[in-house]
Design a protein around this ligand. Structure first.
Ligand SMILES: Cc1cc2nc3c(=O)[nH]c(=O)nc-3n(C[C@H](O)[C@H](O)[C@H](O)COP(=O)(O)O)c2cc1C
Ligand code: SF4
Length: 520
């Protein structure tokens, strides 16, 4: 095996995987220095000094000059607005209008009750209708309409129902949820409380990625503040609404981000995806009806409820309401999180991130992976015509996914990139289904031999064939995530693979450049 885990994942899971994907990279190094926690750090410190260490990591993060989200280069931000790293506490959140949406639905904001709401501000049905009209689409990857998902919850179910926040965030390139949890945790708590009210749920959990323990501790602190202020717990704000919310942390497996693997992990079992149906809305945590949403999805809810669904929709574009946080990394001048309205041109997002790194030295944009490593790569020319929303990116042949925008310049070798990607999926497959367990390893071995100069022309069709035999034939979407990038790389950059197989000077030059960068 030529890759060490550090080469693949660096010292931090998300940036790290980008680092691994692109090879050695100075931008990555700059951002990584600001990233809280990490695989090496987290595991090394799992001892009595963990809490101090976690606090240190967070304060170093806030103190450093390079910031992932306090840079002011957002457009109409709703979640990351006015954050500075230290104003995450309840009093700061309330000063920014926090918990007004919860007060509004509970009829505690001093406003007249609306419609048939009786003595409350908004009925559960009205809350769901607002979320539907705002066309908030799930930010975890698939873009499923949140209001519709909430309407699947059988509210009259007589037993316990659960709400789960997916803060597992391990999709390579994605680093937005950790910033939301670290710097605006009450936004997620308020969003979850509103969701719980809308679906008649009294218990919720936030499942936080295991390698960002400092973020978990931060969220626990925010929960304590919210409990003490009567914003979660029994009889919230003097109403009859009860909602107990707890944080729990995983252990860093990528597959635990898949919602049913997460439920298994929460139940204390191996994090392996379940067969579906039944879906979590009918058989979820401990076999009870459960709704799962991403951290950013919940964080979007307070603004939407405070301002109304229509206003939320108008911020974005039809069928794509609100803003979206994009984690921009790779070959840009200023990697970081950028919150912009849905439908913002990609060219504008790239400009916000400072453009292609070293453009003055002649570097140009070659390709972009627009939604995390699981989605198909798009060449620069296509990407520059896209707007950043679910529909535009899908029309262009890829997916918005988690919103992790991985920018690749003209020096990047696509064979090398695909090799690293394939290694990641092989490593993270849970092994339950044969096409994924065997196919991901097969993909990696074939790309690896092409990269090592031992490829055959027939390998390209073989790669397509293995990918096609994985896609759509597995229990969960990890199989698709491993297959789709392969087909896209071959569709758009087949010539690079052919060059590597034929060992042309161009391929040799790529290899030399990558090796030199890795040694630097
Ligand atoms: C392999 C795999 C990993 C995933 N990882 C995450 C993750 O880290 N965070 C997340 O919110 N969703 C992740 N998802 C998607 C979840 O299964 C689920 O669709 C999502 O949490 C639903 O939230 P949303 O409707 O708000 O998007 C993953 C899916 C797969 C197949
Ligand atoms: S697709 Fe892969 S990760 Fe998903 S259940 Fe099957 S083997 Fe496990």
């Amino acid at each position: 095996m030529t890759l060490t885990s550090r080469e693949l994942l660096g010292s931090d899971t998300n940036f790290a995987a980008v680092h691994g994907l692109l090879g050695s990279d100075t931008n990555f190094a700059a951002v990584r220095s600001t990233a809280p926690g990490g695989r090496a750090e987290g595991s090394a410190n799992l001892g009595s000094d963990l809490k101090n260490s976690a606090q240190n990591v967070l304060s170093q993060f806030a103190a450093t000059g390079v910031q992932t989200c306090f840079h002011g280069r957002h457009i109409n931000p709703q979640i990351l607005a006015d954050l500075n790293g230290s104003n995450w506490r309840l009093k700061d959140y309330e000063a920014r209008g926090g918990y007004q949406a919860l007060r509004k639905i509970l009829g505690q904001d001093g406003a007249q009750s609306g419609g048939d709401a009786g003595d409350v501000g908004l009925t559960p049905d009205q809350v769901i209708a607002e979320v539907k009209s705002g066309v908030l689409r799930g930010r975890g990857g698939a873009g499923f309409p949140t209001g519709l998902k909430w309407s699947f919850m059988p509210r009259q179910f007589p037993g316990q129902k659960y709400l789960v926040c997916n803060s597992d965030e391990a999709e390579p390139g994605t680093f937005k949820d950790r910033d939301i949890l670290a710097y605006n945790p009450h936004c997620v708590i308020e969003g979850m409380a509103i969701a719980a009210y809308a679906m008649g749920i009294s218990v919720g959990y936030n499942y936080i990625h295991g390698e960002i323990f400092a973020i978990y501790q931060r969220f626990e602190e925010a929960l304590e503040e919210a409990r003490a202020a009567g914003l979660i717990g029994n009889g919230i704000l003097g109403s009859s609404f009860n909602f107990q919310l707890h944080a729990m942390h995983g252990f860093g497996a990528y597959i635990c981000g898949e919602e049913t693997a997460m439920l298994e992990s929460m139940e204390g079992k191996k994090g392996m995806p379940r067969f579906k149906p039944p879906f979590p809305a009918s058989f979820g945590l401990y076999g009870k009806p459960t709704t799962i949403n991403n951290t950013e999805t919940f964080a979007a809810v307070p603004w939407l409820i405070r301002n109304g669904g229509q206003a939320y929709l108008e911020v974005g574009k039809p069928n794509n309401g609100g803003t979206k946080i994009y984690s921009v990394s790779g070959d840009v001048e200023w990697p970081g999180n950028y919150e912009v309205p849905m439908g913002t041109p990609f060219a504008k997002l790239l400009e916000l991130a400072g453009g292609v790194k070293n453009a003055k030295e002649g570097r140009t944009l070659k390709a972009v992976i627009p939604g995390g490593s699981s989605v198909p790569v798009l060449p620069a020319a296509i990407m520059m015509e896209c707007t950043m929303d679910y529909d535009s990116i899908s029309k262009a042949g890829s997916m918005l996914g988690s919103g992790a925008v991985i920018v690749m310049d003209d020096t990047r070798c696509m064979v090398e990139s695909l090799k690293r990607l394939s290694y990641f999926y092989m490593h993270e497959s849970c092994g339950q289904c044969t096409p994924c367990r065997e196919g991901t390893g097969w993909l990696w071995r074939v790309v690896d031999r092409i990269h090592n100069g031992k490829g055959r022309q027939a390998d390209l069709d073989l790669l397509n064939s293995v990918a096609d035999n994985i896609q759509g034939r597995t229990i969960c979407a990890l199989g698709d995530a491993a297959a789709m990038p392969v087909n896209a790389m071959l569709k758009h950059f087949r010539h690079e693979f052919e060059a590597m197989i034929k060992q042309t000077p161009q391929a040799a030059a790529f290899k030399v450049a990558i090796q030199a960068a890795m040694q630097a």
